[in-house]
Design a protein around this ligand. Structure first.
Ligand code: NDP
Length: 277
């Protein structure tokens, strides 16, 4: 793990960069186009969007305008809950719409955004169809806890390649780490900076001083050393650069353990068993 371009290899052999740019709550148009352009200039090769973010058009435009060969950029998008609830054909249609907005003919990773009760199996069949048609190079899920993953695997007979969940020092989820490791699922962290709350944790600030890095860099480095993919979001060029400067230092085992001990099973977002959107 020596550079921003470094990748993890998913179960099907596809390479996914450890670090990406998240664009939740970034406006479509110039704002998202600037963020993606800056990130690509800085060296990011991984962008995380979703149908519900409403900014796939801008993401696609910035990727195309970058002049970087398409195959060098890893793009994730996600199917929203309304399509999952509406069933298989709606998922296929939602995927077509995402591709059209992105202006691309494939994505690198397509995720089911939330574990919609009783509907995930059908959605997963549609997502697998998209994969078999080679319109998504890899497929997975998001906000799936161990019991959701277990259900999906048991009933479908297949295993998602990625699970993107809320994951940071306040919600470590050792059970999920162990399950994903056992079944070859790559864990990916959303809200890696706790949507800003990470900066209030004294230990993270203390370690920033110790390593001569920023609090954001400590939190992101902790994830990478746990072999969890991180997709911090920022609309500021200097922060996008800062969040990528995490490949030139290493947290000691002792400091990893100290950060692990911050776990309170405390989320900044909705618990996957209790969402109603
Ligand atoms: P993050 O944990 O990435 O935090 C983003 C916040 O931190 C913003 O307010 C940003 O402000 C600030 N920030 C970023 N970098 C720095 C820095 N270096 N110093 C100080 N402040 C900083 O939260 P997100 O919720 O955005 O999560 C990341 C990504 O995960 C999303 O963008 C999205 O792609 C994905 N996600 C997925 C979900 C899912 O259900 N699958 C749910 C939520 C997010 P500013 O922009 O002003 O710099």
């Amino acid at each position: 793990m020596g550079s921003i371009a470094d990748t993890t290899t998913l179960a099907n052999g596809v390479k996914m960069p450890w670090l990406g740019l998240g664009v939740f709550k970034v406006a479509d148009g110039p704002q998202v186009e600037n963020c993606v352009r800056w990130a690509l200039e800085i060296g990011y090769r991984h962008i995380d969007t979703a149908a519900i973010y409403g900014n796939e058009r801008g993401v696609g435009r910035a990727v195309r305008d970058s002049g970087i060969p398409r195959e060098q950029i890893f793009i994730t998008t996600k199917v929203w809950n309304d399509a999952v609830r509406a069933g298989r054909d709606a998922v296929l249609r939602a995927f077509d719409q995402s591709l059209q907005k992105l202006g691309l003919d494939y994505v690198d990773l397509y995720l089911i955004h939330w574990p919609v009760k009783e509907k995930c199996l059908e959605a997963w069949e549609a997502v697998q169809q998209i994969y078999l048609q080679r319109r998504a190079r890899a497929i997975g899920v998001s906000n799936f806890l161990v019991h959701h993953l277990d259900d999906l695997r048991r009933h479908s007979g297949t295993t998602p390649m990625v699970d993107q969940v809320e994951f940071h020092p306040r919600v470590l989820q050792r059970d999920l780490i162990a399950y994903c490791r056992q079944h070859g699922i790559q864990l990916e962290s959303w809200a890696p900076l706790m949507q800003g709350e990470i900066f209030k944790i004294p230990l993270i600030n203390e370690l920033a001083g110790k390593y001569g890095k920023t609090a954001a860099q400590i939190a992101l480095r902790w994830l990478i050393q746990h072999q969890v993919v991180a997709i911090p979001k920022s609309v500021h060029r200097e922060r996008i650069a800062e969040n990528a400067a995490i490949f030139d230092f290493e947290l000691s085992e002792e400091d990893m353990t100290r950060i692990d001990a911050l776990d309170r099973n405390q989320r900044v977002g909705t618990h996957p068993d209790h969402f109603d959107f």
